[in-house]
Design a protein around this ligand. Structure first.
Ligand SMILES: Nc1ncnc2c1ncn2[C@@H]1O[C@H](COP(=O)(O)OP(=O)(O)OP(=O)(O)O)[C@@H](O)[C@H]1O
Length: 594
């Protein structure tokens, strides 16, 4: 238990320190300004004290009184100016650090294997990007306030103690009581905050799932069920939020009322002392003036303790989202290009392990991948694929075809075995098996709600001929001709305006644009009629030197294959040509002759 809180303490210190060091000058100026803003309040307090002292001595408004009033005016203007610049520093630094954390989070997610990037829905992930990053930044803001009000309180304490030690102690004793209460209850604040964040994320995730399955909901007439589920989730969130806010407010009011009691005691004491002549009206004014700021210090100390707990929750959530042990690494210094263009080199350097030599062979030696330590996945796959060949991976549902392809191209990591390119073992397949060497089209292609042209080119500049060639290879030319705006037709969210077969071929055209040496296609012809599918393979074979690995159970593809891999229960059952397998492999015969 102690070890855990030690780790959390170290984590918070490291994180705060790293954030400060990311913009050291801005942080330094920000801290000095806020220290000054809070500590400077002692000036009007002293002026008020002197003002009342003067009035006690004489009721005439002489030039000393006017001088004191002038100082008050200057102090107010100085305060306004420093608050303006303090705010500016704070928000500029806030902008940079939030940008840095979000940049590093995005990099972390992009650097993960494609199929393992996010453990939560994208709606939930967006919540992490917004709320959790906000909570992390708050720690600096509350820290500024805490340090500033503490500085004021120390100066005020010294002056007050010199005036009257006993009254001073009555001001400061409640401070310590509140500190203790804050420490005791801060554990619960963290618990309630974690729960309310969790419930909020659940709702965002569910709404995002509803948006992405509108068709399915309509077809099955499940609108009412969806609304009911949303109501249930809302109720749970309502409960969690209510607990969170109520508890936080109760804690805050404890801080407030403890102080009010302390203040009343001081007022009673001062009244007696003034009557006895041991306390001047000026001293009394000074105490009352400072009391407000000391109260503020106590309130902000409480807020700071609460914020530390809330930031801890955000850090735990980010560690889980990113699958990292040191969340402080999210503040590792990096250029974020807020005011300038990102140089091409930065984007090019993103994948560091680029393969240089032209494709000749791909070998798989004992390749294996298991989903979440289960038996599901692939085991001990051995294969050799030569340049210019057409390899079809086939097998029953769940036999491991997709997993095999994803492991080859690095969307999933290989838990065992190795992948060898031209005799060289690959170290980071996810960074190496990419265009221009390898191009992949998944089983369920993802399209953007942009035009057909943009979906095919993905924003890269290319000639009309290149696009036409890719469209022709994907047997998409008739479809484009029949579309209202041709290539400029906007295809709607995830391509809702296209048929299943069209979506597959748009994704294929996008892949052909890359002119890759090795093409990997997962069941891309599943929604095509026989004629279109025949054309697709024919055009693919016309491309000299292209090597293909495709998942398919269709005869058209199987009969054209140089080599067929029959998968069963995650293992390679047999390999061979169509003819060989029909004669020798019962598993294949049962599937292919259906
Ligand atoms: N994300 C996942 N988590 C856990 N198990 C999974 C996951 N994805 C697939 N599996 C399991 O791994 C095994 C292989 O799945 P895979 O998708 O590779 O099969 P497939 O042959 O491509 O199936 P299909 O023909 O339906 O596409 C199956 O038992 C499947 O249930």
């Amino acid at each position: 238990m102690r070890g855990k809180s030690n780790r959390k303490f170290k984590r918070m210190v490291n994180l705060t320190w790293k954030m400060i060091l990311y913009k050291p000058w801005l942080s330094f100026v920000d801290m000095i300004l806020w220290l000054f803003i809070f500590a400077y309040n002692i000036v009007p307090a002293i002026v008020v004290k002197e003002f009342f002292k003067k009035l006690e001595q004489s009721s005439n408004i002489d030039k000393d009184v006017i001088f004191l009033l002038a100082i008050l005016g200057v102090a107010a203007i100085t305060n306004m100016v420093t608050v303006y610049f303090g705010g500016l520093c704070y928000y500029v630094r806030d902008y940079y650090i939030k940008g840095l954390i979000k940049r590093n989070m995005l990099e972390g997610i992009f650097k993960k294997r494609g199929s393992e990037a996010l453990k939560v829905s994208s709606g939930e992930a967006l919540n992490h990007f917004k709320d959790d990053v906000e909570e992390i930044m708050e720690i600096l803001g509350y820290g500024d306030d805490f340090i500033g009000t503490a500085a004021f309180t120390i100066i005020a304490f010294i002056i007050m103690f010199n005036i009257n030690p006993m009254v001073t102690l009555f001001v400061f004793i409640p401070t310590n009581i509140v500190m203790l209460i804050g420490k005791k209850v801060s554990k619960k604040i963290g618990k309630y905050r974690a729960e309310s964040r969790k419930q909020t994320s659940k709702i965002s995730g569910f709404i995002q799932e509803i948006f992405s399955s509108i068709q399915g909901i309509k077809i099955t007439g499940s609108e009412k069920n969806m609304v009911n589920q949303l109501k249930i989730l809302n109720k749970q969130r309502h409960k969690a939020m209510l607990k969170d806010i109520t508890f936080t407010e109760i804690v805050n009011s404890i801080y407030g009322s403890t102080l009010s009691i302390g203040t009343s005691i001081v007022l009673l004491l001062c009244a007696r002392l003034i009557t006895n002549g041991e306390f001047s009206v000026g001293d009394f004014a000074f105490f009352i003036y400072c009391m407000e700021y000391v109260t503020d210090f106590i309130q902000r100390t409480g807020d700071y303790i609460t914020q530390i707990k809330q930031t801890d929750v955000a850090l735990d959530r980010l560690e889980e989202l990113m699958g990292i042990e040191k969340v402080e690494d999210l503040v590792n210094s990096n250029e974020i290009y807020l005011n300038k263009e990102i140089p091409d080199k930065v984007i090019e350097d993103f994948n560091e392990e680029v393969i240089e030599d032209k494709f000749r062979t791909l070998e798989l030696n004992g390749l294996g991948y298991n989903f979440n330590d289960s038996e599901n996945g692939i085991k001990d796959v051995n294969l050799k694929i030569d340049k210019g060949t057409f390899t079809v991976v086939t097998g029953r549902i769940g036999s491991g075809k997709t997993t095999l392809l994803k492991t080859i191209i690095g969307l999933l990591p290989n838990h065992s075995g190795e992948i060898i390119w031209n005799g060289e073992k690959l170290s980071r397949t996810d960074e190496q098996m990419i265009p221009p060497k390898v191009a992949y089209t998944g089983q369920i292609p993802r399209l953007f709600s942009e035009s057909l042209r943009e979906n095919i080119t993905l924003g890269e500049s290319c000639t009309d001929e290149q696009i036409e060639e890719a469209i022709s290879s994907a047997v998409l030319e008739d479809d484009v001709r029949n579309m209202e705006d041709g290539l400029n037709t906007v295809i709607g969210p995830q391509g809702v305006k296209l048929s299943g077969g069209q979506i597959q071929r748009v994704a294929a055209a996008r892949m052909f644009m890359k002119n890759a040496e090795l093409l990997v296609l997962d069941d891309i012809s599943s929604a095509l009629d026989v004629e279109t599918e025949n054309k697709l393979w024919e055009r693919l074979f016309e491309k000299k030197n292209t090597t293909c690995i495709v998942v398919s159970n269709k005869k058209v593809a199987l009969q054209r294959a140089d080599n067929i891999i029959v998968m069963k229960d995650g293992r390679v059952e047999r390999t061979g040509t169509f003819k060989e397998l029909i004669e020798e492999c019962e598993e294949f015969r049962e599937m292919a002759l259906v």
